[in-house]
Design a binder for this molecule. Structure first.
Ligand SMILES: [Mn+2]
Length: 476
């Protein structure tokens, strides 16, 4: 059984998020957007993840305006975003009315494929997003449709078996997912396990499987080949100037490898290479400005050895260096899997990777396990992040939070409607309905941006006034 494989191009989102601190600007995207639109990708991932925060915080760009510009420039291809479930694009749980409005506005402004994940794989934290996508599917104005893509965050532990992921996939399809994404954000998948897992998923659910990995540890291309042989439908790649390393495997070698085989992507390698030329310049600019470090391109095999994300180990090393305790490194490394087991085996992905790592450091340096406990670990134990893959043992609960109350409901059930409150708070700055959402997600950052936007307008106005008086500003 063989079939054509489809590609999602990630250069406008995950590639620069993974390699260059999410600093690619809209003016570096638009010059080739029209050409990207002609390639024939399944989708172009260009929004969500960290881009929203980065636009407001660092680039003085309105993320909604960016989306509308991309939509206009790429009318033929499905635009894809990454959504952090109930965390939307931020770092905490938001109210359901904010989630609902965010999904609606994303679709109205041009998003087609919404990839939703929850860091703990707690499906309750994805439900409001899925429901909103189903509710607003008909708000799509592009004619390309809306795809609800629900995610399995891949991780390695004794409870994260093939059966676990298959059951999770079935549950998400029953909740309304159109596509299942297998998201290997830390590049922990191994090629032969990929084959078995993708095969099991294809047998269990009757929908396309979309695979996402990174090439951090150098296994990315092998993962894709084995997934393709097992029947995967769509894979994520990034054009070569920002492909590989901590980013996705490069697009061009995949196109070349599959050409003329039954899996042929049908994409034109020559044409894609022309487009990639443009991104060489962008990568140079990002390097020059200090955002793209060649370390991001080197193969980092630590994840293969310790089965934790590469980035987590560098964080641990930094913490130990600061504490002048590098001699405890091996001890801390051995403590990491124990803390993770104590906390119910959370997948090690931001933020849980940092939370587990910091607690392992504290356990070793203080000389007694859980003598000191971070507030995040307490939050996990209280149930504030959601349901863990495995129930935490009573003696661990007692040790970490004593007799404090724990929640077992969906964390957002404890958050009342918030949208109107946010709208009232920034009344004088609202230029579009979407501003309320930017503010809801990142209050201080958004407010700073609104002020910048307003000041910019007033400057512009006074400059235009000067033009009327016959004084031509040079920048015009
Ligand atoms: Mn990723």
């Amino acid at each position: 059984m063989t079939k054509k494989v489809q590609l999602t191009e990630t250069i406008l989102r995950d590639a620069h998020q993974s390699q260059a601190a999410t600093r690619m600007r809209i003016d570096e995207m638009l010059p080739v957007a029209g050409k990207l639109d002609e390639v024939g990708y399944y989708s172009i991932e260009c929004w969500g993840g960290a881009t929203f925060d980065s636009c407001l915080r660092f680039l003085n760009e309105d993320p909604w305006e960016r989306l509308r510009k991309l939509r206009k420039a790429m009318p033929k291809t499905k635009l894809q975003m990454l959504l952090r479930g109930q965390n939307i694009l931020g770092y905490k749980h938001y109210a359901d009315d904010v989630v609902d409005e965010f999904v609606k506005k994303s679709i109205q402004n041009g998003i087609n494929v919404i990839r939703i994940f929850d860091a703990l794989n707690d499906t309750r934290n994805m439900k409001a997003c899925i429901d909103a996508i189903l509710k607003y599917k008909n708000e799509d104005k592009s004619g390309l449709g809306v795809v609800c893509e629900a995610t399995l965050c891949y991780t390695v532990s004794e409870v994260h078996t093939r059966e676990y992921f298959v059951n999770l996939a079935k549950e998400l399809v029953a909740m309304g997912a159109d596509v299942i994404c297998l998201k290997d954000m830390a590049n922990l998948l191994l090629p032969y396990e990929t084959y078995e897992l993708v095969k099991a998923l294809k047998e269990a659910v009757d929908c396309p499987i979309h695979l996402h990995t990174h090439n951090t540890a150098g296994t990315g291309n092998m993962i894709y080949i084995k997934a393709i042989e097992a029947g995967v439908d769509i894979i994520d790649t990034a054009l070569a100037p920002m492909g590989n390393g901590t980013s996705q495997p490069a697009t061009e070698p995949i196109i070349a490898t599959l050409a003329g085989t039954p899996y042929d992507t049908g994409l034109d390698l020559g044409y894609v290479t022309e487009i990639a030329e443009h991104f060489k310049g962008v990568a140079e600019r990002l390097t020059k400005d200090g955002f793209l470090n060649k370390k991001a391109l080197q193969t980092d095999v630590k994840g293969l050895i310790y089965q934790v994300p590469g980035g987590m180990l560098s964080n641990l090393m930094n913490q130990l260096k600061e504490a002048n305790a590098m001699d405890k490194y091996d001890e801390v490394l051995a403590e990491v899997p124990r803390v993770r087991a104590d906390l119910g085996y959370p997948p090690l992905v931001t933020p849980s990777s940092q939370i587990v790592g910091s607690q392992a450091v504290l356990n070793v340096l203080s000389g007694e396990r859980y003598k000191m406990v971070t507030k995040e670990v307490k939050g996990i134990v209280r149930g504030e992040y959601g349901k863990l893959p495995v129930e935490i043992k009573p003696d661990i609960v007692k040790k970490i939070i004593g007799d404090e109350e724990r929640i077992t409901c969906r964390p957002a059930d404890n958050i009342g409607p918030e949208l109107e409150k946010y709208r009232a708070e920034i009344k004088e700055y609202i230029e579009q309905e979407e501003d309320v959402l930017s503010y809801a997600l990142f209050p201080q950052v958004a407010l700073k941006f609104f002020k910048y936007r307003q000041a910019n307008k007033m400057n512009l106005d006074s400059e235009i006034g000067d033009v009327a008086n016959g004084i031509q500003p040079v920048w015009l």
